[in-house]
Design a protein around this ligand. Structure first.
Ligand code: AMP
Length: 277
């Protein structure tokens, strides 16, 4: 049975005396197969699965889509039910921030300044602050996050490590449509034409990752993006698997962010670099 609660008091009573491990999947709602995959992986392991649905105002900048972000709670609860989640926590803003905007917040450090952090000032501070609060409110032993938001996942891992949070962070590979488009709640903003343009992101990453020399990886990906006029590139970056500088050889990550119309999309893939390739 899936129970829906809205307040932190009801959450605390629902969690009272839960036996065994508590897993949390944090979402902003408008749930799709990507979110559902996180729930399935959580369900395989944990005795009790909590899904949070909260559009966190703290992680949206001025002019971003906080107001128009899709809110589809009824469908979201049905999806959680179908995946066998035990509890859905869908708090109002005042239940997460009862004292207004917090004055003590998380500081993501240097890793929060690059890539998404450079384009979205304050985003990662707001994200880490709510993740920390929701980890404590849900009393999670293990938390599942998608690789789709790779920098977010890396920062959450680092927060847990650096601040000794008693929680295991598990990353889950990106779920895609058959044609390669990474699932995202923001895909619903795209017109059919824009959706076709948006496919250039995953195609560029796939073409790039087929190479193993850094120059060739970036050239192949840039070529695809340049050929698609509907895509306004924000960044294309080749980094190490930890988002540090790309190594000469070994595991790496290729990441892209771009605007299609007014919708900002991100995607990334793993790849392996080889010396002298
Ligand atoms: P969001 O609702 O966009 O904040 O995402 C909630 C969680 O779902 C985050 O951990 C995301 O990384 C994850 N997620 C979103 N899209 C996907 C996807 N296509 N595949 C896997 N995980 C995803």
């Amino acid at each position: 049975m899936t129970v829906l609660v809205h307040t932190r008091a009801d959450l605390a009573s629902a969690l009272h005396a839960v036996p065994g491990e508590i897993a949390v999947v944090m979402t902003m709602g408008a749930l799709h197969e990507g979110h559902r995959q996180l729930m399935r992986v959580a369900r395989e392991r944990a005795a009790f699965v909590v899904v949070t649905v909260f559009v966190n105002p703290l992680q949206f900048g001025p002019g971003e889509d906080y107001e128009k972000y899709p809110r589809t709670l009824e469908d979201d609860v049905a999806a959680c039910r179908a995946e066998g989640a035990d509890l859905v926590f869908a708090p109002a803003r005042d239940d997460v921030y009862p004292h207004g905007a917090p004055s003590v917040t998380m500081h993501p450090g240097a890793l929060g300044e690059i890539l998404e952090g450079a384009s979205r000032p304050g985003h990662f501070s707001g994200m880490l602050t709510v993740v920390e609060k929701l980890l404590l409110l849900t009393r999670a032993d293990v938390a599942y996050f998608g690789e789709k938001d790779f920098q977010q996942l890396a920062l959450i891992r680092r927060m847990a490590r650096d601040l000794e949070l008693p929680v295991e962070i598990v990353g889950v590979p990106t779920v895609r449509e058959e044609d390669g488009l990474a699932l995202s709640s923001r895909n619903r903003y795209l017109s059919p034409d824009q959706r076709r343009s948006a496919l250039a992101l995953s195609r560029a990453l796939r073409e790039g990752a087929a190479h193993s020399d850094p120059g060739a990886v970036l050239a192949a990906a840039h070529k695809i993006l340049a050929e698609e006029p509907g895509v306004r590139l924000d960044y294309l970056a080749l980094t190490g698997a930890d988002l540090g500088p790309a190594p000469d050889e070994g595991p790496a990550r290729l990441l892209v962010a771009a605007r299609v119309g007014t919708t900002r999309l991100i995607d990334n893939v793993p790849l392996t670099l080889l010396k002298g390739a």
